[in-house]
Design a protein around this ligand. Structure first.
Ligand code: MRU
Length: 361
């Protein structure tokens, strides 16, 4: 399985996603500030992967924190992680979990604090993979027995600790014998679809066709798309879902052509503190991502550029939200609130989360 983020020998190891598919480079981080920079600069990206990386970055930073300054160091490191990217709520969810772990251990001395924080980060990593598998098991039955599924951006192994959310559902459906092929939107400007989704599906021998974003309408009109599955960076309490810019356009197309549009996201992506999509902050990324394509400037010098990195799909356009605790159906305010209160699911089919082996320290 593709492992975009790992803890190895006392360091955080990230697969540099900026270089894919041309180069597979793993970078080793021993300084939490560099981990924060890696999140900001998209070495690692995707909501769950960002959360896992931030947790590991916090554990990393605390390994060298001065014993007399533990609380102050912890606060500083958390603040640095929180300032990396604003939209994916998994980042803040993971930081909150680390804060609770810190509170439970702070009076037990620096060694215990360090160990507990590391164990919590590793648990967040391992649970993410188990949650993705659960999502896959819940979501696979929703997809047709055969046909073509369109996805936008990369909500795969690369965007998580492994296996993926939207791509996890597609993987699980294929593993259950469904004959599905995938259409991947290229996802300008960062090209997560063309570079990352195509790379990981090709590696898994799942048939994939890449299209530029503006081709999707033509395919829907021709009846070439049977279902849509996308991930999410933050799902509001009412089911409005923020995901990579261009997702809303796909959702409108799906509604126009009566194709089911599914969002796959763990409950850690559901933000009860965002009542609607209006409350979700949308990251604005550097203009250079739009003005330049693989290093070449494609716009006139000095032209005005907008680069909102996410958009919000209104809940009315979403047929179901596939979570690790089951399927949420409209009205989402009720179904999501219920799932948030549900205990983590034993997976359909009986597979349980497994305890982690001792990591290489
Ligand atoms: O800017 P990115 O690449 O971090 O955006 C990622 C997405 O929008 C994904 O679709 C989302 O995080 C879901 S990942 C399982």
């Amino acid at each position: 399985m593709i492992r975009p983020v790992e803890w190895r020998n006392g360091a955080v190891v990230l697969l540099d996603q900026r270089l894919l598919p041309a180069k597979e480079v793993y970078r080793v981080y021993r300084d939490y500030r560099e981990v924060a920079r890696a999140i900001k600069e998209m070495v690692v990206r995707g909501a769950p992967a960002i959360g896992v990386t931030a947790a590991m970055g916090i554990a990393l930073g605390m390994q060298t924190a001065q014993p007399r300054e533990l609380a102050r160091s912890f606060e500083r490191i958390c603040k640095r992680m929180a300032a990396t990217r604003p939209t994916a709520v998994n980042l803040f969810w993971a930081i909150d979990r680390m804060k609770r772990a810190f509170e439970s251990a702070r009076d037990r001395g620096p060694e215990v604090v360090r160990e507990i924080l590391l164990q919590e980060a590793l648990a967040i990593h391992d649970e993410d993979i188990a949650n993705n598998r659960a999502m896959g098991a819940f979501g696979a039955p929703l997809l047709p027995k055969r046909g073509t599924v369109l996805t936008h951006c990369n909500a795969g192994a690369l965007a998580t600790a492994g296996y993926g959310t939207a791509l996890g559902v597609i993987r699980a459906a294929r593993e259950s014998g469904k004959l599905l092929t995938v259409v991947a939107d290229e996802t300008r400007p960062f090209l997560q679809g063309a570079r990352l989704t195509a790379w990981e599906l090709k590696k898994d021998k799942i048939p994939v066709t890449v299209i530029t974003d503006n081709m999707a309408g033509h395919l829907f009109k021709n009846g070439d798309i049977d279902a849509v599955v996308v991930g999410a960076d933050r799902v509001a309490a009412n089911g409005d879902a923020a995901n990579k810019i261009g997702t809303y356009t796909v959702a409108v197309l799906a509604a126009r052509h009566k194709v089911p549009f599914y969002v796959a996201a763990p409950v850690s992506t559901v933000d009860p503190n965002s009542p609607t999509g209006e409350d979700i902050p949308i990251e604005e990324r550097p203009a250079r991502e739009v003005t330049h394509v693989v290093g070449e400037q494609v716009t006139p010098q000095g032209v005005k550029v907008a680069n909102p990195a996410f958009d919000v799909t209104p809940n009315q356009l979403i047929a179901a939200i596939i979570t690790d605790r089951g399927i949420a159906k409209p009205p989402y305010k009720r179904s999501l609130a219920k799932l948030l209160k549900t205990a983590p699911a034993a997976m359909p089919g009986g597979t349980k989360k497994r305890a982690r082996k001792k990591p290489a320290r």
